[in-house]
Design a protein around this ligand. Structure first.
Ligand SMILES: *Cc1c(COP(=O)(O)O)cnc(C)c1O
Length: 374
């Protein structure tokens, strides 16, 4: 059996969300499990968070349906909202799907769904958040549309507006001017919303960790929950977070190289002295980025060493000159507790988010500590 696999430690996940909950104080967590829980497996993660997160956030309705079909009953916030009236109509068969309204055209879609216009039997009971654009300029309504949209939404008996939200573009930076502007704009939005009993939500992981004033009623942590850092100059461990995913494999060959011997495609690395190298059964076909530079950290037999040569589809090569005990079958960690995904990501000019979501279906996910203390 191919030895590459991703160990997913659900105790680490629970540790992280508890830590984030304690940082967020009175705010509650809408745990973000979009994109298959950042590659960790959305259904398993949702189950593990059952007692920890009162709400889960997904990107789209398809993701919500997969969770409901797997028996997950936690309220689900659909961050990109509904794409069509068909989707909306279909969603009336589920409970506790919370939609995001972020564009005027969505109001037309709403009016096409008959059960939303009815009262009494056969009516829908749907909940929506209104998303305000405060400067990220991706999704969201401008402030001057807020009152009008709230009023229009109020005309659907089957629908209630439960909150106002926004999303920050630069919360991973300290002293970001845009962050300040966005926060001011959202405060204006909350003021305009008045005392309608709405909930407020603005913070992703970065804002949760760096901007406490943005915590409000609901925080929306994603990456931090998986133990990685949203900030480029920090790792998850700097905040006391534990890596949830360990991407591991084994050596399938070793070789002694002499000065002048090169390795792999493009002969991209050449030994300048006697070198012992190992071949690992992981490549870009598993989601280990091909752009990874020579020198990227990796652990063999628990010892840190580095990638040498180009990453190919099914294999990559590592320097084991100083790890004499390494042989065929020796354990290799690509990222996890010994080498953080945050650190590895830097060597591919990317962020941990893409390492996690880029892991392909060839890599089996193996879940540890499925039930609390069990
Ligand atoms: C993905 C996402 C989050 C979570 O972001 P992290 O940086 O992973 O914490 C929060 N809110 C919205 C709207 C998102 O799209």
């Amino acid at each position: 059996m191919r030895p590459s696999r991703a160990l997913i430690d659900l105790d680490a996940l629970r540790h992280n969300i508890r830590l984030l909950n304690s940082i967020a104080k009175n705010a509650r967590c809408a745990a973000v499990i979009k994109a298959d829980a950042y590659g960790h497996g959305a259904v398993e993660i949702a189950r593990a968070l059952k007692a920890e997160a009162p709400k889960l956030a997904v990107a789209c309705y398809d993701e919500a349906v997969s969770l409901r079909e797997a028996g997950i009953t936690t309220p689900l916030l659909v961050l990109e909202g509904f794409y069509s009236s068909e989707e909306l109509a279909d969603s009336t068969r589920w409970r506790d799907i919370e939609w995001v309204v972020h564009d005027m055209e969505q109001l037309d879609m709403l009016s096409e769904v008959a059960p939303l216009r009815k009262t009494g039997p056969g009516s829908a009971r749907m909940q929506t958040w209104i998303k305000l654009n405060t400067g990220m300029n991706r999704l969201g309504l401008p402030l001057n549309k807020l009152a009008g949209v709230a009023e229009m939404l109020g005309q659907f008996p089957g629908l209630s507006v439960i909150g106002l939200m926004t999303h920050f573009a630069c919360a991973d930076e300290l002293d970001s001017l845009l962050q300040q502007e966005q926060w001011r704009a959202f405060q204006a939005g909350m003021q305009a919303a008045g005392s309608g009993g709405w909930s407020y939500s603005s913070a992703n992981s970065a804002a949760l960790l760096q901007y406490p004033e943005t915590h409000l009623d609901w925080v929306r942590p994603g990456i931090a929950m998986y133990g990685a850092s949203p900030m480029a100059d920090k790792t998850g461990a700097d905040f006391g977070l534990k890596p949830v995913m360990t991407f591991e494999s084994r050596l399938i060959a070793t070789r002694e190289l002499q000065a002048g011997d090169s390795i792999g495609y493009g002969a991209a690395w050449t030994a300048n002295g006697p070198t012992r190298m190992g071949v690992v059964a992981v490549g870009y076909g598993d989601g280990y980025p091909r752009q990874m530079q020579n020198g990227a950290p990796v652990a063999v037999c628990g010892k840190r060493t580095k990638i040498i040569g180009r990453v190919s589809m099914d294999m990559l090569t590592v320097d084991i000159s100083h790890i004499p005990e390494a042989r065929i079958g020796s354990e290799v960690e690509l990222w996890g507790g010994a080498v953080s995904a945050d650190e590895v990501a830097g060597y591919a000019s990317t962020i941990s988010y893409t390492l996690f979501t880029g892991m392909t279906s060839r890599v089996p996910r193996v879940y540890l500590n499925r039930s609390e203390g069990g």
